[in-house]
Write a protein that binds this ligand. Structure first.
Ligand SMILES: NC(=O)c1ccc[n+]([C@@H]2O[C@H](COP(=O)([O-])OP(=O)(O)OC[C@H]3O[C@@H](n4cnc5c(N)ncnc54)[C@H](O)[C@@H]3O)[C@@H](O)[C@H]2O)c1
Ligand SMILES: [Fe+2]
Length: 410
């Protein structure tokens, strides 16, 4: 696994992690001005924790306008309305507090407030012309990593699947990751956000390595590199150990801390490398079944890894994932197989369904889902194996049947 040591990380200027870091909000917001637009997850309105934050900010002299109409799946129309609200308030800085949906909404409001719509102008990579409003991002779920990543995902009624906007200009200025906000998250939100973080870490670690070319604009997602290797494997360890604990014991502060840190490290890692096939496949599966993003990526990951074993380099990396998940098998082969069965077992433990059939996909839909997934060229290119539609269909066939079990031999 020895590689030439090159790599790129593009990150917020500041990242604060730990219980109590929300106390830093006045200091970091004050770096950009006094007028704040808070884009807030609706669940926080009326909560003691958020009211305390708001009272503190107003007490410290900030003029805070709150926008909490964050709609599930982020329909584009809702974001244009939020941007109109932003232009009226003329904020110096946007504060985002909430799950990945609220954080993504805030990124796009900050973009639209400066550069104008329609959002479709920016779909794809590197199409944002310059900096957006400064953004301070505070996640309340441990999963998406959106507080540090250069991407936001929206639903456009004119498109069959959710679409991404990715640009270094979407990276928040500051991330404040205080696990206190995740303590009250319901079981399924915790489970699906947390398993998505594990998928980010594993896909980042098994991403293809592109030969770096420094002359010209770098792609937003650069494939795995010397930084991501370190971050992703530590994220796998933390999430593998503590995710099942927080799903069963939501008040376990130590385990919540580890899952939040794992999610953050995974976000830093995949924000540079990109993710691959579980994500390419989840977009059409999620659109067809209206199931949460993490449920789909978590369900698909073992089947994607099984297919990736065909590449010797990827198999070696999957073995390292097995080691990070606690495998003590004496051969690399054994550790790679353990990686897959441990993820299947983790899925069962936290309530991720066992097969695509279980979430309402029909066998007849599979070729169409494979074809739609193959259109995510950017994600397919980051996979460690060639993934033409036939390969994607093979993965879907196995995931449909639920052919992998905790004890099966992939
Ligand atoms: N930008 C990125 O890098 C990135 C990466 C992965 C996923 N995403 C996007 O993020 C979204 C998923 O984000 P998510 O998993 O955080 O879920 P979410 O933001 O959609 O939230 C799910 C539900 O949980 C509620 N919630 C959030 N935090 C809570 C808490 N602490 N207590 C109680 N309820 C809480 C929300 O109000 C919502 O009803 C998807 O839209 C996905 O496309 C973005
Ligand atoms: Fe994801």
């Amino acid at each position: 696994m020895n590689d030439v040591m090159t790599g790129t990380l593009r990150l917020p200027t500041r990242v604060h992690f730990g219980y109590g870091t929300r106390e830093q909000l006045s200091e970091v917001l004050g770096l950009s001005g006094r007028r704040v637009l808070a884009v807030v997850d609706p669940f926080l309105i009326g909560s003691t924790l958020f009211e305390e934050v708001l009272t503190r900010l107003r007490g410290d002299g900030f003029d805070v306008a709150v926008h909490s109409d964050v709609q599930p799946e982020l329909p584009t129309a809702s974001l244009e309305a939020a941007a109109a609200f932003a232009r009226e308030h003329r904020p110096d800085v946007v504060l985002a507090v909430g799950g990945g949906s609220a954080l993504d909404a805030a990124k796009l409001v900050a973009l639209l407030a400066v550069h104008g719509g329609p959002l479709s102008r920016y779909y794809g990579e590197n199409l944002v012309p310059g900096p957006s409003l400064p953004l301070v991002a505070v996640p309340t779920t441990a999963g998406t990593g959106s507080e540090v990543t250069p991407v936001a995902v929206v639903s456009d009624p004119e498109r069959e699947m959710k679409v991404g906007i990715s640009s270094p200009h979407l990276i928040p200025t500051t991330a404040i990751v205080d696990p206190e906000f995740t303590l009250g998250a319901p079981r399924s939100v915790t489970a699906f956000a947390g398993i998505d973080a594990l998928v980010h870490a594993v896909e980042s670690f098994t991403a293809v390595r592109f030969a770096p070319s420094w002359d010209g604009t770098l792609p937003v997602f650069t494939g795995r590199n010397a930084f991501s290797d370190v971050l992703a494997l530590r994220a796998v360890e933390l999430l593998g150990t503590s995710l099942p604990v927080v799903v069963d014991e939501p008040g376990d502060r130590g385990a919540r801390e580890e899952v939040a840190f794992g999610s953050l490290l995974a976000g830093v890692s995949f924000g540079a490398t990109g993710t691959h096939l579980s994500h390419a496949l989840q977009y059409p599966v999620g659109a067809a079944t209206k199931t949460p993003h993490g449920l789909g990526t978590g369900l698909l990951l073992p089947y994607v890894l099984r297919a990736c074993l065909a590449d010797a380099g990827a198999a070696e990396r999957i073995a390292a994932v097995g080691g990070a998940l606690g495998s003590t098998a004496s051969t690399a082969d054994g550790r790679a197989r353990d990686a897959i069965s441990s993820i299947v077992a983790l899925n069962r433990a936290i309530g991720v369904p066992a097969s695509l059939r279980d979430i309402g996909v029909t066998r007849q839909q599979l070729p169409q889902l494979a074809e739609l997934a193959s259109r995510s060229a950017r994600l397919i290119a980051i996979a460690p194996i060639p993934a033409p539609p036939e390969q994607l269909l093979d993965i879907l066939d196995h995931a449909y049947a639920g052919s992998l079990t905790e004890r099966s031999d992939p």
